[in-house]
Design a binder for this molecule. Structure first.
Ligand code: 7TS
Length: 406
């Protein structure tokens, strides 16, 4: 059982007023709020041991280096990576995906096939299209059904010995679908393809075990799981990380440099050119500690309770259509919906005036909106610090907006 009031008191922003009303923050899919422990880790770093890392002999630099590398170890343990150097710090999910796509440029040849799912965020579509343009590889798509679930029989048909890579998100940002990634990974491996899982929306809700999943690459952003913006990770199996060429050239990623030839540093530094987001990495570690102290089993159970309650309440409003799986055990705490005849943007704008923050639009997942033939949805994405009382306020706000717009 979570002590929600205690948890809420640890997030200063949750007691803010917006437009004269108490904030109801239901835009966690875009970014989560930050607990005091994470804010403190940022203030501590800049006020007590700010220095560049991996290069100074002086004490401050060593303190900063230790804290940064400790964060990498925390992240390794959290995801159960075998080796610490399999965790590469990046600026976030988008950069992690681009790093892998860039690396496969030298591996793929014309006619190779790569598979993405119909449920992807643009950041897991566009880099692969760019890769296909450069290499002559062909992009195939696993289709989805009306409930926003991938059609696995169609996936089976797409897999051949030409398939070199498969990409799929763990949880869809637009619908909340929890994808059957264990099966997706196993089937891809059966034809010799590598798999990248985009965990941006999964990591705030559950704890992935990359060894148990036997996944080749797993990527996420800190800011969706109580950490700061501008930092994330790429987990890669070491065999793959050794095979891929560096993504960016510069300081810190080299072993030796002459004007004739450069040799690269070992993992993880080969992929970490330049001064990284030191403070961000340290604060990511603090966020992981914070969430683990609360406990992912309790987070999952409580969020499912919120989802069940929110679904029931929202469906009491006439004309509401909720997208995504009907089976709520296959869905994260996302309520993506429309009201017959009303544009999602109009609802979002009115409920904002009532203190409720949601996202409206295509959620960077235009192919999903095209599938449903809609311009977008209203998305309420809930976190473990949200409450049933907030759902009541949100539902009342939607009702008011509906009356105003009808
Ligand atoms: N993948 C998924 C599944 C996402 O939901 C997002 C961001 C990204 C990748 C990109 O993450 P970034 O940290 O590199 O930007 N999703 C959203 C969203 O749903 N609303 O705002 C951002």
């Amino acid at each position: 059982m979570l002590d929600i009031q205690k948890i809420r008191s640890q997030f200063p922003i949750l007691s803010e007023q917006i437009n004269g009303k108490p904030l109801v923050y239901f835009d966690n899919g875009a970014t989560s709020q930050k607990p005091q422990a994470v804010i403190d880790s940022i203030v501590d770093y800049y006020s007590k041991y700010n220095a560049n890392i991996h290069r100074g002999v002086h004490t401050l630099s060593q303190l900063a280096t230790d804290a940064y590398e400790q964060a990498r170890i925390k992240i390794q343990k959290h995801f159960n990576a075998k080796e610490t150097y399999e965790i590469i710090f990046t600026s976030g999910t988008t950069e992690s995906i681009n790093l892998v796509a860039n690396g496969f440029e030298s591996i793929l040849v014309k006619g190779d096939e790569i598979i993405v799912s119909a449920l992807e965020h643009h950041s897991n579509i566009v880099p692969w299209q760019m890769l296909c343009e450069k290499t002559g590889a062909v992009l195939k798509v696993i289709p989805m059904n009306i409930h926003g679930e991938l059609i696995m029989e169609e996936y089976d048909k797409l897999l051949t010995n030409k398939t070199k890579l498969v990409f799929c998100n763990h949880i869809s940002n637009a619908l909340g679908t929890i994808n059957p990634i264990e099966k997706i990974i196993k089937k891809a491996h059966d034809v010799g393809a590598a798999v990248l899982i985009d965990g941006a929306q999964a990591c705030p809700h559950l704890r992935p075990d990359v060894q148990a999943l036997n996944v080749d690459f797993y990527v996420t952003s800190a800011h969706k799981m109580c950490g700061p913006t501008g930092v994330g990770i790429l987990y890669g199996k070491q065999e793959w990380l050794r095979k891929l060429p560096p993504y960016k050239g510069g300081g810190e990623m080299i072993a030796t440099v002459t004007f004739e030839k450069t040799t690269y540093a070992d993992l993880p530094h080969k992929f970490e050119a330049g001064t990284p987001n030191i403070c961000g990495g340290i604060a990511f570690g603090a966020a992981i500690d914070y969430m683990n102290d609360i406990g992912f089993d309790d987070i999952e159970a409580y969020e499912n309770e919120l989802l069940t309650y929110g679904t029931k309440k929202l469906l009491e409003i006439e004309g509401v259509i909720i997208y995504g799986p009907n089976d709520l055990s296959k869905k994260a705490s996302v309520l993506s919906f429309n009201i017959n005849g009303i544009h999602p943007y109009d609802i979002g704008t009115i409920i904002d005036k009532l203190g409720v923050a949601v996202r409206t639009g295509h959620h960077c997942a235009q192919p999903i909106m095209d599938f449903y033939k809609i311009p977008g949805t209203i998305r309420a994405s809930l976190a473990f610090y949200n409450t049933k009382e907030e759902i009541d306020i949100f539902v009342e706000a939607v009702k008011k907006a509906k009356i105003m717009l009808s």
